[in-house]
Design a protein around this ligand. Structure first.
Ligand code: AMP
Length: 215
């Protein structure tokens, strides 16, 4: 039998929002996806299995054939920046904004390099280059908000939802880099080799996205 269609999901806040979509697709995991150390799950459909990965690992798994398709935030996809992936459906979930932020009232030097703390180093580099600024990026994996407060960086680039986290840490949003939301992501290879299995998933999710009231 052909290897099951492998669907990569991001753990964390996006996973909770993804579960109703799986249900809609008639895909039911045979055991709960959260609360265990397992990473691969069988489903009620013998032709479909699920991987539960770190959000940033979804694009490389899908691109390199570890999974055929997945769900990932646009922020993560922008940072990964691959030609090997297509994004057939904007699911409109997990909406947020990729923004620059500084200490409240801080002024940035007009010229010269600025130091940017972020987990989105590629996004930051491209954004500031488009403004004619070179940056010294500092790659962090969390607690970006602290960096300007302790003098580690001039600016951070991070995703912002309500802005409460910035505010609670004496920072303010400055420039909008991009809007983000969760996307169905499919490798270009799987789009060809697994088209029969993937096409109905795309059309069901597109239909759901089109009719979902919160868009
Ligand atoms: P907020 O305080 O509502 O602006 O949320 C900001 C915090 O939540 C930051 O630490 C972000 O990294 C994280 N965050 C907000 N929205 C998202 C999202 N859609 N995906 C991932 N992380 C997010």
């Amino acid at each position: 039998m052909k290897e099951p269609l492998t669907f990569a999901l991001a753990k964390g806040r996006l996973l909770d929002e993804t579960l109703p979509l799986l249900h809609l697709l008639g895909i039911e995991p045979v055991e709960p996806l959260t609360g265990s150390r397992k990473l691969m799950f069988e489903t009620n459909r013998p032709d479909v299995r699920l991987l539960v990965l770190r959000a940033t690992d979804v694009p490389p798994y899908v691109e390199r054939g570890g999974a055929h398709l997945g769900i990932a935030g646009k922020d993560t996809l922008m940072e990964y920046d691959s030609d090997g992936l297509c994004e057939p459906v904007d699911l409109g979930l997990s909406k947020c904004r990729l923004m620059t932020a500084t200490r409240v009232g801080a002024t940035l030097p007009d010229t010269g390099r600025i130091t940017v703390a972020t987990k989105y180093v590629n996004v930051a580099r491209r954004y500031f280059a488009s403004k004619g600024r070179q940056i010294d990026p500092i790659k962090l994996y969390g607690a970006m908000e602290l960096a300007p407060l302790v003098g580690l960086s001039d600016v951070i680039v991070d995703v912002v939802d309500t802005g409460n986290t910035l505010k609670a840490n004496g920072l303010e949003p400055r420039e909008l880099i991009a809007h983000s939301s969760a996307r169905l992501v499919v490798s270009r290879v799987a789009m060809k080799t697994r088209y029969q299995q993937i096409a109905p998933i795309i059309s069901q999710l597109q239909q759901w996205a089109d009719t979902n009231a919160c868009h």
